[in-house]
Design a binder for this molecule. Structure first.
Ligand code: BGC
Ligand code: CA
Length: 352
């Protein structure tokens, strides 16, 4: 009988998300929707038209993690800014058009979740020509936001490598605590890797650092398969099915760059009879979305790393409002900028 070691890394933010957010991303909304935020219940509430108008794009609404960032952006803007929200539907050309349209409508700042991280300089050029500031978030220009060619461009996200290191640590600790996970008894971890989109700094760094951290802890590894599942549950499921057919019980660990793909992998594993009787497979992700926390509590995921959607959404809108009002972007906030003009919200690791 295999000993199932269930590993839970959660933080207060994850609990907050569980408590106040629907567990499924909202159904695809129209590509653009104007939102007028309600004014705060103060003595003299600001009229909506006095609030700064901020143009926001999300690379696609149909992304598990980004649905939480989006909700937190809307919540953080309440009574402080009017938002124009856009679903870029995973299409950079569409996003470029949305940016042009928002500039034409007179937005005072842009908050842009790029489709293609490499498109940052092109968007920065548009913002620069219009004389408005831009806050990129979640998808970082790989060379750094200080290299996009515009001084009034900033980034809000994470330190990409950090999630990989934390994920690697939790894999190594759990592996050492569960000798039975080494099913072929060769002392090495035979793993498959579901990667996020190529060229996304989070995906590249998580892929590299997770395995490097396992190896640094003294555990040998062997990669059986590695492919991009584009952050997506359906693609993760498909790839896991393919890998189960090709490698079957040789697989000892499923490493996923995010929880969305981990949910898909768990689906495929369940269909192949895993998680019943003593048939078990450790699956790890990143984000700590509610569905993943649920799987962890059921022993069907071995762990995840909290990607703080709440604070990333809040920091994005706080910087955007300051920039829109011509203030120092950090005024009245507790965020700090690094040398590349980026605010890096920490991943939160809190054990059960
Ligand atoms: C998240 C992924 C998400 C991606 C979108 C990453 O930081 O972990 O879940 O799909 O951002 O850009
Ligand atoms: Ca092994």
């Amino acid at each position: 009988m295999k000993k199932i070691f269930s590993f839970l890394l959660i933080g207060t933010m994850a609990l907050g998300m569980t408590a106040c957010s629907p567990s499924k991303p909202a159904a695809a909304a129209p590509a653009e929707s104007a939102k007028t935020e309600a004014a705060a219940p103060e003595a003299a509430p600001a009229a909506a038209e006095e609030l700064p108008l901020i143009g926001v794009t999300i690379y696609k609404y149909d992304d598990n993690f980004m649905s939480f960032v989006r909700q937190n952006i809307e919540k953080a803007a309440e009574g402080k800014a009017q938002l124009i929200m856009n679903d870029s539907q995973n299409d950079q050309a569409k996003q470029n058009d949305q940016v042009d349209a928002m500039i034409a409508k007179g937005v005072k700042a842009l908050a842009i979740n790029l489709v293609d991280p490499g498109a940052a300089p092109a968007i920065a050029d548009k913002a620069k020509a219009a004389g408005i500031p831009v806050i990129f978030f979640n998808k970082e220009y790989p060379e750094g936001t200080d290299k996009v060619g515009y001084d009034s461009a900033w980034y809000v996200g994470t330190s990409s490598a950090e999630a990989g290191v934390i994920q690697g640590e939790l894999m190594a600790d759990a592996w050492k605590a569960n000798a039975s996970w080494d099913t072929n008894g060769d002392g090495k971890m035979q793993y498959v890797m579901l990667m996020g989109e190529p060229g996304h700094p989070d995906a590249e760094a998580r892929t590299k650092e997770s395995i490097a951290t396992v190896e640094a802890s003294g555990i040998g590894v062997q990669e059986l398969a590695k492919q991009t599942g584009m952050w997506d549950a359906a693609k993760g499921k498909e790839l896991m099915e393919t890998w189960l057919a090709a490698h079957g019980e040789k697989i000892e660990m499923v490493v996923c760059n995010n929880d969305g793909m981990a949910l898909g992998a768990v689906e495929a594993l369940k269909a192949a009879g895993y998680f019943t009787g003593d048939k078990f497979m450790p699956v790890v992700g990143v984000d700590a979305i509610p569905e993943a926390l649920d799987l962890i509590s059921k022993g069907q995921m071995a762990g995840t790393v909290l990607n703080d959607a709440d604070n990333q959404g809040r920091a994005t809108i706080e910087l955007a409002i300051n920039a829109a009002l011509g203030k120092d972007v950090l005024e009245g906030t507790s965020w700090v900028l690094d040398a590349t003009r980026a605010v890096r919200v920490p991943y939160v690791a809190v054990t059960k």
